[in-house]
Design a protein around this ligand. Structure first.
Ligand SMILES: [Zn+2]
Length: 220
């Protein structure tokens, strides 16, 4: 059989370890796992789009992030899910405000907490994320976290363009200088113009979601 270029490329892809480069660390665990571990969740919550997903997350998952024991449960559930679905490398994205809210801004305690998650068959490369919605001025804390070099990447998430990109440009410059994987959520809610703006403002290595790009061949 003559191997076409496309065939050998597919073979190459199939040989690569299954990798999850876009993993929301605290919202990727199975509903059932939380229930089995004693978390009280509604049985008949109607989830039918991004708005209801965000609502569910705020009502039921965010309170779990404030306690170390339930925060640990959310992360264990996520990593167990990765292992069960054959993922070999995962890049979980965790909001820097967890350091503030759950670890009182203590960088070392936060990093030590994250370091406990180690598995023989799963490599974890952490991303440090910022939620645009809830970002308030903790510039130095974010920079201190970046400079630990514990995180492999950074990410900007939640409601697109709710704050101007200029608020976050400095962090991307530092992260790019540190050769981190710079990621930005763009084009999931807004159009390709916003994706283009993010590429120009942040010089990111990844655009997360980016689905609206299909309507704009030029930006693509
Ligand atoms: Zn996402």
């Amino acid at each position: 059989m003559v191997k076409t270029e496309a065939y050998s490329y597919l073979e190459y892809i199939n040989r690569q370890p299954k990798t999850d480069i876009h993993n929301h660390a605290l919202s990727s665990c199975r509903f059932q796992f939380l229930k089995q571990n004693g978390v009280n969740l509604p049985n008949n919550y109607k989830m039918n789009g991004i708005a209801s997903l965000i609502d569910f997350s705020r009502k039921y998952l965010t309170p779990l992030e404030n306690e170390i024991s339930t925060l640990k449960l959310l992360l264990e559930g996520n990593f167990l899910n990765c292992i069960e679905t054959g993922v070999k490398i995962v890049c979980p994205s965790i909001d820097y405000k967890i350091c503030l809210r759950t670890f009182y801004g203590n960088v070392q305690t936060f990093i030590s907490f994250l370091q406990q998650f180690q598995y023989d068959n799963l490599k974890i490369l952490w991303d440090l994320s910022i939620s645009r919605d809830s970002f308030v001025e903790h510039r130095q804390l974010f920079i201190d976290l970046l400079q630990t070099k514990f995180f492999s990447g950074i990410d900007l998430a939640s409601t697109e363009n709710i704050k101007p990109n200029s608020t976050f440009v400095e962090f991307y410059k530092i992260a790019n200088d540190l050769n981190m994987k710079t990621k930005v959520h763009a084009g999931e809610m807004l159009g390709s113009d916003y994706i283009k703006q993010c590429i120009l403002d942040f010089n990111p290595k990844h655009i997360q979601h980016g689905i609206s790009i299909v309507k704009d061949k030029e930006v693509m």
